[in-house]
Structure formats: structure tokens, C-alpha cells
Write a protein that binds this ligand. Structure first.
Ligand code: NAP
Ligand code: G4F
Length: 407
């Protein structure tokens, strides 16, 4: 039975990887930061009471900025595999917290590698480093492969660049089985709420249910190679089972502008958008409604009079765009309402315009291919967020206040 240590276990990938490794029969240890509120929502279903015997899922307090803590834990756990997923992972936020990001994301990796070396675990412990397509930044080649030169464009990417090379260095200098997975964007219903895909699916669900009026976004032109996190955590494990430690690009090979992801997400709720204007003046306007799809997705019933759509039995105080405003009384249809606007506050000081990966090496040497398409990803995220947001709707109908989310 193998033992794994996952840093960043409370994050999106940490949660999926935990499930994956537990199914494979691993004992999973996780590093979790102390916080003043519980932040274990994504892994609560895996939690085991500390009083139980023979636990196979064990959490430890720790932090990537605390060397002694990491050394002690690795000494206690003696892991066969370490998955270093912990990071301040938000690119935009890294411009606000560059020093912390360098410490946690860059030096944090060094601390783990050095712990393996100091404890004499070079031959026992394999380590996976969560590297990123952000390393390519201003891309020097399309598509990007393991050989494409890096040109990082944010404090996050620069910190991850240090982590990438220190992983390579410890592999070459000390013979540690240390591999980088250069993962392109991967998303899921568990994605953090302020990354663009989740921000979009949450807002599309809320707008369809009449809980929010508009979605404000930054750069709609940016293109990303989006896959599903479930496919990517499987590959993390495969990377550590490979014959040799190496670096691997993991991507779908398809790229999509943010604008198209928005269109696809709203369409899952039966709301079809058209785009007008350019740059900061670009807007997404409700162009038409697929009534059947809308009703299936939201559970709401629409009445149609000519070209007028109303939500049947809408409660006073709701403000579905389909209803046209507060009050619930019949209204002119809001086909033509602006649902998406650009807010320059979401622009980054330096942007990564285009990412598209070539995962041929992973396919040929490890037999990895993504199973879930972008369409499948959008459906998964929209179904999950519609379900989640319906809870807010019930609360509102019950007279409770719910939060607005405009991050
Ligand atoms: P995520 O959801 O933001 O999770 C990050 C995890 O790191 C969380 O568990 C977080 O803990 C933890 N963490 C942050 N700072 C820490 C610190 N100082 N000490 C200990 N733990 C800390 O990120 P993700 O999407 O799962 O990504 C996992 C890893 O892959 C990250 O390293 C990310 O940079 C990298 N990556 C992600 C993608 C992607 O598209 N998702 C692509 C390429 C690479 P809290 O829950 O307490 O915040
Ligand atoms: O969803 P994002 O914040 O992800 P980003 O910057 O690509 O980084 C993610 O993927 C990396 C892998 O390439 C990871 F290493 C990293 O940890 C993280 O998981 O933004 C995607 C794109 C950007 O171009 C951004 O400018 O969407 C654009 N965008 C447009 N409007 C927005 C928004 N991004 C966010 N977060 N919020 C917006 O309102």
C-alpha cells in the first residue's frame, strides 16, 4: 500500500486527486493551512474522524512557507509520492501579493525538495511539481510543447518558473524522481469562484434564475486551452508512475476565447447571446431563448405571449432578466438586455493572450488523453452551478438574504 502526501489538498486538484488515490488504495496525507473558518468543503466527503482506527485519509496543519513544519511532516509520513499542488494560484492576485507568491509558490517547492534530500529520501520519495502553462506567457511557439521556451508574464508565473527549474535541478543534482507537469488550464465544478470559467458558470446560472442582473468580466479575447480537472489529476499520478522522471505538457490541444466560453455557458441555460461593440465597450446581449432548454435547466416555467416571455408565478422581488425587473408582473420581454459587460478592473498589468498545448509526448509515452471535451466540461459546470444556485433561490423565496457575488 503506497503513501502519498498532497500539499494543497483543500484546492480543486487536491480534492480530485485525493479521491483518485484513495480509489487506488493509497493512504493519503494532506497538508492543510490553518484558517479561522473551515475551508475543507471540497474534501469533507472524504473526512475521517481522528478517533477512527486504520484511517487512510489524514490531514495535517502546515504551510509551504514553513520549512521546519514540512521537514517534520515528511519525516513522520515517509511518503512514497509527494504531489506539490499548494500555491497562491491566482494570476491576477499575484500582482497584488508578489512576495508572498514567490515565497509560497517558488521557495515552497525548494523546501519540499530540500526536505527529501535532508531526510535521505532521494531514492524512496517521488515528487510531482504542479507547473503551469503560464510559464509560456508571451508564447514563443504555437502550440506549446516541452521544448517551447518560457516567457512568464506575472509574479505567479515567475515564481512557478523558479519552482520548475529547481525541480529539474534537484532531479539532475541528487537523482530525485522529481517531475514537472506543465498543466494547461483545467476546470470543474470545484474550480475556485474567481477563476474565469467558474465566475462565468456561476453568473450564468444566477442570471437564468433571476438572482443576478449582469456579469462583469475583463479580457474577453484571451484564449485558453481548457480541460477537465478529473482528466488532469489522473495524469499527475501517471507522471509519477513513469519509468523516468521527466517534464510533461498536459493539454487538450484546443483553444477557446473567453467570449466563447461565456456563450456556451449561457446557452446551457437556454439563453443565447450576441456580442456588440469592441474593447471595453463590448457587451453580451440576450438575443433569444430556447424555452424548453431554459425550463429544463432552471425548473422555471415561462409563459409566452407573442414575443413576450415571463416567468410563471414569479415571486415579488425577483428580478429575472426574462421578467424585465422587480415586481413579478407581466413585462415586455427582455430579449435585448445586456447581460455581460467589460470592467477594466479585471484587466491584468501584463496578460497572457493565447495558450494552446501539444500533449503528444504524454499521449505517446504514457498513453494519456483527455476524456472530457470542453462541451462536456461546460455542461458539468453549469449543471452543478444551477443546482447550487437553486439553493440561493429557495433561501430568497423563504425570506432569507443571500449574498451577491461580484468578484
Ligand atoms: P487552488 O484550487 O487554488 O488550490 C490551491 C491549494 O493550495 C489550496 O489547497 C490552498 O489552500 C493551498 N495553498 C495556498 N497557499 C498555501 C500555503 N502557503 N501553504 C499551504 N497550502 C497553500 O489550485 P488548483 O487549481 O487546485 O491548482 C493546483 C496547483 O496546480 C497549483 O499549484 C496551481 O498553481 C497549479 N496549476 C493549476 C492549473 C489549473 O488550471 N487549475 C493549471 C496549472 C497549474 P487554501 O484552501 O487554504 O487556500
Ligand atoms: O481563469 P483565469 O484567472 O486563469 P489563468 O490566469 O489562465 O490562470 C489559471 O490557469 C493557469 C494555467 O495556465 C494556472 F497556472 C493558474 O494557477 C490558474 O489556475 O483567467 C483566464 C483568462 C485570463 O486571460 C484573464 O485575463 O481569463 C481572462 N479573464 C477575463 N475576465 C478573467 C476575467 N479572469 C478572471 N479571473 N476574472 C475575470 O473576470
Amino acid at each position: 500500500m503506497k503513501t502519498a502526501l498532497i500539499t494543497g489538498i483543500t484546492g480543486q486538484d487536491g480534492a480530485y486527486l485525493s479521491e483518485f488515490l484513495l480509489k487506488k488504495g493509497y493512504i493519503v496525507h494532506g497538508l492543510k493551512r490553518r484558517s479561522s473558518l473551515f475551508n475543507t468543503d471540497r474534501i469533507d466527503h472524504l473526512y475521517q474522524d481522528p478517533h477512527e482506527s486504520n484511517r487512510n485519509f489524514i490531514l495535517h496543519y502546515g504551510d509551504m512557507t514553513d520549512s521546519t513544519n514540512l521537514i517534520r511532516l515528511i519525516q513522520e509520513i515517509q511518503p512514497d509520492e509527494i504531489y506539490n499542488l499548494a500555491a497562491m494560484s491566482h494570476v491576477h492576485v499575484s500582482f497584488e501579493t508578489p512576495e508572498y507568491t514567490a515565497n509560497a509558490d517558488g521557495l515552497g517547492t525548494l523546501r519540499l525538495l530540500e526536505a527529501i534530500r535532508l531526510l535521505g529520501l532521494e531514492k524512496k520519495t517521488r515528487i510531482y511539481q504542479a507547473s503551469t502553462s503560464e510559464l509560456y506567457g508571451t508564447v514563443q511557439e504555437v502550440p506549446q510543447t516541452e521544448k517551447t521556451p518560457f516567457y512568464p508574464r506575472s509574479p505567479y508565473a515567475v515564481a512557478k518558473m523558479y519552482a520548475f527549474w529547481i525541480t529539474v535541478n534537484y532531479r539532475e543534482a541528487y537523482g530525485i524522481f522529481a517531475s514537472n507537469g506543465i498543466l494547461f488550464n483545467h476546470e470543474s465544478p470545484l474550480r475556485g469562484e474567481t477563476f474565469v470559467t467558474r465566475k462565468i458558470t456561476r453568473a450564468a446560472a444566477r442570471i437564468a434564475l433571476g438572482l443576478q442582473d449582469k456579469l462583469y468580466l475583463g479580457n474577453l479575447d484571451a484564449q485558453r486551452d481548457w480541460g477537465h480537472a478529473k482528466d488532469y489529476v489522473r495524469m499527475m499520478w501517471m507522471i509519477l508512475q513513469a519509468e523516468e522522471a521527466e517534464d510533461w505538457v498536459i493539454a487538450t490541444g484546443k483553444t477557446t476565447p473567453v467570449r466563447d466560453f461565456v456563450r456556451m455557458a449561457f446557452a446551457e441555460a437556454g439563453l443565447y447571446l450576441r456580442w456588440e461593440g469592441t474593447g471595453v465597450n463590448e457587451v453580451g446581449i440576450l438575443d433569444s431563448i430556447d424555452i424548453k432548454k431554459f425550463e429544463q435547466a432552471t425548473g422555471l416555467k415561462l409563459t409566452v405571449q407573442g414575443s413576450t416571455f415571463n416567468v410563471q408565478g414569479a415571486e415579488s422581488g425577483t428580478h429575472s432578466p426574462l421578467q424585465g425587473g422587480r415586481g413579478g408582473e407581466p413585462r415586455t420581454p427582455n430579449i435585448g438586455t445586456t447581460l455581460v459587460k467589460v470592467d477594466p478592473k479585471y484587466f491584468r498589468p501584463t496578460e497572457v493572450d493565447l495558450l494552446i498545448g501539444d500533449a503528444t509526448k504524454a499521449k505517446e509515452k504514457l498513453g494519456w488523453e483527455p476524456k472530457i471535451t470542453l462541451e462536456g466540461l461546460v455542461i458539468d459546470m453549469m449543471q452543478s452551478d444551477l443546482k447550487l444556485m437553486k439553493k440561493d433561490q429557495y433561501l430568497r423565496e423563504g425570506g432569507y438574504k443571500t449574498l451577491n457575488y461580484f468578484k
